[in-house]
Design a protein around this ligand. Structure first.
Ligand SMILES: Cc1cc2nc3c(=O)[nH]c(=O)nc-3n(C[C@H](O)[C@H](O)[C@H](O)COP(=O)(O)OP(=O)(O)OC[C@H]3O[C@@H](n4cnc5c(N)ncnc54)[C@H](O)[C@@H]3O)c2cc1C
Length: 253
């Protein structure tokens, strides 16, 4: 690991290779591609009440890991399983998916809806939420992703024009002891929590259908959306209202 980190930071145009599914498609020339596949980062285990996903674990392993099909109604399995076909999911890694902070990511919203932390070789631990907001993430090696194992309800949906396309919009919602998380991704910008809508839900007395509709409207109003070939800004705003309302209804009603 130390050697890999040293090569990554030797001043050249160097990058870590996870599954290599994404990086190989980029018009980018590297001086050194740092292969971390021999560093024992390919397993999922549970320790001290948290699931630990090694950064080289494939999306397919995440999808098929039995406890994830139950944790928060299976939002982790569902989000990983919504990405392309099995052949890509057998190659693309959890680490590459998170480290890349891709706006289109289906996995990141579900992870953000739970208590998720990242561990980097040099930087150490950081919450996924802080990592997503960091301006400069530097050149480091993500070693593992950890998720707290706790009780709660969850909901994830990705809206795609065809199943193998990138999402037009995706959303993940969770309810843990009445505390709500609402995450919206593929706006087409990176996934973010809808803080005002979450605060509204936490503070509103009854989680009624009317309150849920209001929270969905707040989320659509507070977040920034854009248009691209998959959908217009206006369409995404309407989708956001619909998805958040459905998600909140599932986890609260
Ligand atoms: C054709 C195609 C379609 C896709 N469609 C979707 C989709 O609809 N939804 C979706 O969510 N995702 C989609 N993806 C993305 C996929 O889910 C992965 O996020 C992506 O392939 C990156 O994972 P990887 O293991 O291939 O990473 P790589 O391509 O190896 O690396 C990606 C980036 O992360 C860095 N990196 C990798 N591992 C680490 C590490 N351990 N530490 C630090 N940096 C690291 C690399 O240096 C690089 O910058 C698609 C990918 C492909 C190829």
């Amino acid at each position: 690991m130390e050697e890999a980190y040293g090569i990554l930071n030797d001043g050249g145009e160097n990058a870590v290779i996870g599954g290599g599914a994404w990086i190989r498609m980029l018009p980018r020339e590297l001086d050194a591609a740092v292969d971390i596949s021999g560093l024992g980062l390919g397993t999922i285990k549970k320790e001290d009440g948290r699931y630990e996903i090694g950064s080289m674990v494939t999306l397919r392993q995440v999808e098929m890991f039995k406890p994830f099909s139950e944790l928060f109604n299976g939002i982790i399995s569902k989000s990983a399983g919504a990405i392309m076909g099995v052949s890509i999911r057998n190659i693309a890694t959890a680490g590459g998916s998170v480290a890349g902070r891709f706006g289109f990511s289906d996995l990141i919203p579900a992870l953000l809806a739970l208590d998720t932390s990242l561990f980097f070789h040099a930087r150490g631990g950081i919450s996924l939420e802080d990592y997503m907001e960091s301006k400069d993430v530097g050149k480091d090696i993500l070693t593992k992703i950890t998720i707290k194992d706790h009780e709660g309800r969850g909901w994830f949906h990705t809206m795609k024009n065809t199943s193998l396309d990138f999402a037009v919009l995706n959303a993940a919602v969770s309810n843990s002891d009445g505390r709500c998380r609402i995450i919206v991704g593929a706006r087409p910008y990176k996934a973010v929590p809808a803080y005002d809508a979450m605060k509204f839900m936490d503070e509103c007395g009854g989680k009624t259908p009317a309150a849920i509709r209001e929270a969905a409207s707040i989320a659509a109003g507070e977040l920034k959306f854009g248009g691209n070939q998959r959908g217009s800004r206006e369409y995404r705003i309407e989708l956001c209202k619909t998805l958040v309302e459905r998600g909140l209804s599932e986890v609260f009603l």
